[in-house]
Design a protein around this ligand. Structure first.
Ligand SMILES: [Zn+2]
Length: 436
């Protein structure tokens, strides 16, 4: 797409489009490297500068929103109260806001070109179950609470971006959707982003995901993963009088021992984790049920498929081993099944994509350096479908994600907010009113 976007003749007279991400056409003799030229063009715009300045004077507002929203619990599948609060804040800045059928909050900033859309998204959900103490403890620029960084910092940045844009009367060429999405974590299985991509697919030009803190990385590679649950059932009985009948836990253990001996390659990096195992009712009962949950990840879709097949075969083999060694098969047999709980597809952003160029240009303007990363985020969905997408941190620093000790420090947050704004407007383009 780079270099092809141009001002549309149909644009209303009052508007001219002036700033494009596309690299300016320059003669070979140009004294400036193209990237610098790109950067200086975006910040030449007074409204872009005004939006950037807004961050400088409003960091405490952003911090306060982050604390307030983090204290509204948002366990998986229960994001609605937080979504309602985000909806209110996006409506306050004049965006047309709706909540879609999946629960995503979508605030629309109409661009000159309504047929092309750039999405900025921060997930609303946390990994923490209902009842978790989410009270934020603040100490200077440091805040601590479950979910404060992942994704309190992303949600706060989403709101800050919308505010700064409104304050500066900044209008994009492409329509920008500011979205607080649901279902990013765990068994949410990216359902919010799936719905967004489904709804806007034909118009979607780029997706910028704000997830967690930091400015040190840009995720352009989507890590593919699958989550599976194995269930083995049997007749169950008494530990003494029914000794010898097939035992589902034994079968599961036998199958698991086979599975964990599966060889996985170092490259493409491939991992597996038995994360949960449960079954049985008491120590003196032959259980009637046993289950385990496995997370498998790989840089290669083929390796994932291979590993999933290995798990299925090992569970069947575990059941067979247990049946063969059972002394008493008259009281019934074992049944097993393996179900796919979730699947996150992989994908990669092309190294020469305009979105990555916009991010690099933004990094250059704010004096930031970032490395390419592979990770599992909301960006997996668009990337798997060939839609340009990145996931970046929202600035500041944080740690202890997914733990009760999670913390966030807003020092340096401004840089992250500026970087995000410049990336977004780098890819959406800026429309400017014609001076009279
Ligand atoms: Zn996250």
């Amino acid at each position: 797409m780079s270099g092809k976007r141009s001002c549309k003749p149909a644009v209303k007279r009052a508007l001219v489009c002036v700033i494009l991400l596309a690299m300016p056409v320059r003669s070979v003799a140009s004294p400036h490297p193209p990237r610098q030229a790109q950067g200086s063009r975006l910040t030449d715009n007074a409204r872009v500068r005004a939006a950037l300045d807004w961050f400088t004077s409003n960091i405490s507002w952003v911090n306060d929103q982050q604390a307030r929203l983090t204290e509204i619990p948002a366990p998986p599948f229960q994001e609605a109260p937080r979504a309602a609060a985000v909806k209110e804040l996006l409506a306050e800045v004049g965006l047309a806001v709706q909540i879609d059928k999946t629960g995503n909050v979508i605030g629309e900033l109409r661009g000159v070109n309504e047929k092309e859309i750039v999405v900025v998204a921060a997930h609303l959900d946390t990994v923490f179950p209902a009842g978790t103490d989410v009270k934020v403890r603040r100490d200077g620029s440091r805040m601590a609470a479950p979910g404060i960084s992942d994704n309190g910092s992303g949600v706060a940045a989403l709101l800050a971006l919308a505010r700064a844009v409104q304050f500066a009367h900044l209008k994009p060429l492409r329509t920008i959707l500011f979205i607080g999405d649901v279902g990013e974590e765990g068994e949410g299985n990216l359902r919010g982003m799936r719905e967004i991509v489904d709804a806007y697919r034909g118009k979607l030009k780029a997706v910028v995901v704000l997830d967690g803190s930091g400015t040190d990385h840009v995720t352009t590679k989507a890590l593919a993963s699958r989550r599976l649950e194995a269930l083995i059932t049997g007749p169950g009985g008494h530990s003494w009088s029914d000794f010898g009948m097939p035992n589902p836990i034994n079968a599961l253990v036998r199958g698991s021992a086979r599975f964990i001996n599966t060889k996985v390659p170092v490259s493409p990096r491939t991992t597996f984790n038995i994360g949960q195992i449960e079954g049985g009712t008491s120590v003196n009962s032959v259980p009637h049920e046993a289950r385990l949950k496995v997370d498998i990840r790989s840089e290669s879709e083929e390796e994932l498929t291979r590993l999933e097949s290995a798990l299925r075969e090992c569970i069947i083999a575990g059941v067979r081993d247990e049946m063969e060694s059972a002394r008493d098969r008259s009281k019934g047999k074992l049944e097993s099944k393996v179900e796919l709980l979730g699947s996150r597809p992989g994908g990669e952003l092309a190294p020469d994509s305009p979105l990555l160029a916009a991010l690099r240009a933004a990094d250059e303007i704010v004096g930031n350096q970032s490395r390419i990363e592979r990770s599992s985020t909301d960006a997996n969905i668009p990337l798997s479908l060939g839609i340009d997408a990145i996931s970046i941190g929202a600035g500041g620093i944080g740690g202890g994600a997914h733990s009760l000790q999670e913390w966030y420090d807003s020092a340096g947050r401004e840089l992250g907010l500026k970087r995000a704004l410049l990336t977004i407007f780098g890819i959406s383009g800026v429309a400017e009113e014609k001076s009279r």
